[in-house]
Design a protein around this ligand. Structure first.
Ligand code: MLT
Length: 211
């Protein structure tokens, strides 16, 4: 029998920072391609300086660059790996909640690019995995699947009108998909490309305070 080594769930490198106010959601930080668990730490403080933070490094390496799942080409995802890595991350979150004693049902993801894609994938595959998500420049992680019921979940999408990686059509498609799944979704546009801008982080912070 040929053993598929991809089937082994791996541990995930991460940083956990306990917040001042444990009634706040735990912020789950998910970096973009080539990033790591340190990248988005400053963002957490801009969203909620009292919240606990769990920042995770993707387990996949593409030419030495960490990612959360494999891709076959730019914008073409390895669906089998996406499904497996989404399960792996969800399981890691369950274990981390036990280890660090935070409320597993009160977690908000903040993801950029590849990290936003795995956050969207968590929402689509595990309907109780996240209470909400801030998705900076996400794509549609998977199509043609039965939609979950995301009633009560809130999602903020920040997209760029000139984003060459996540086209405006794809941002709109993800918006509609999440709406069809009953999530409350806000789509914020920047007249920029794929970069994470200070303005969109400020808009995300406002969304977080009002949601
Ligand atoms: C991906 O998941 O591949 C992203 O959307 C693009 C990137 O991370 O470069």
């Amino acid at each position: 029998m040929i053993q598929d080594f991809r089937k082994g769930i791996q541990k995930m490198k991460h940083i956990y920072q306990k917040g001042k106010d444990l009634s706040k959601p735990t912020l789950l930080l998910l970096h973009g391609t080539g990033g790591n668990e340190l990248d988005l730490m400053p963002l957490a403080g801009m969203i909620d300086e009292d919240a606990s933070v769990l920042s995770v490094r993707g387990n996949v390496l593409e030419n030495g660059m960490p990612r959360f799942f494999k891709r076959l080409a730019e914008g073409v995802f390895d669906e089998e790996d996406l499904i497996f890595r989404t399960k792996e991350l969800n399981q890691f979150l369950n274990e981390a909640a036990e280890q660090y004693e935070f409320d597993r049902d009160n977690m908000i993801a903040i993801g950029y690019s590849n990290g936003a894609n795995i956050a969207a994938s968590l929402l689509l595959h595990y309907e109780n995995s996240l209470k909400g998500a801030i998705l900076h420049h996400p794509m549609v992680p998977r199509r043609n699947m039965a939609l979950p019921d995301l009633t009560g979940k809130s999602v903020f999408i920040a997209a760029g009108t000139n984003d060459p990686i996540c086209s405006p059509q794809e941002s709109e498609e993800l918006y509609s998909l999440l709406e069809q799944a009953n999530a409350t979704v806000e789509l914020h546009w920047e007249n920029r490309g794929h970069q994470l801008t200070a303005d969109e982080v400020a808009a995300a912070a406002k969304w977080y305070q009002n949601k």
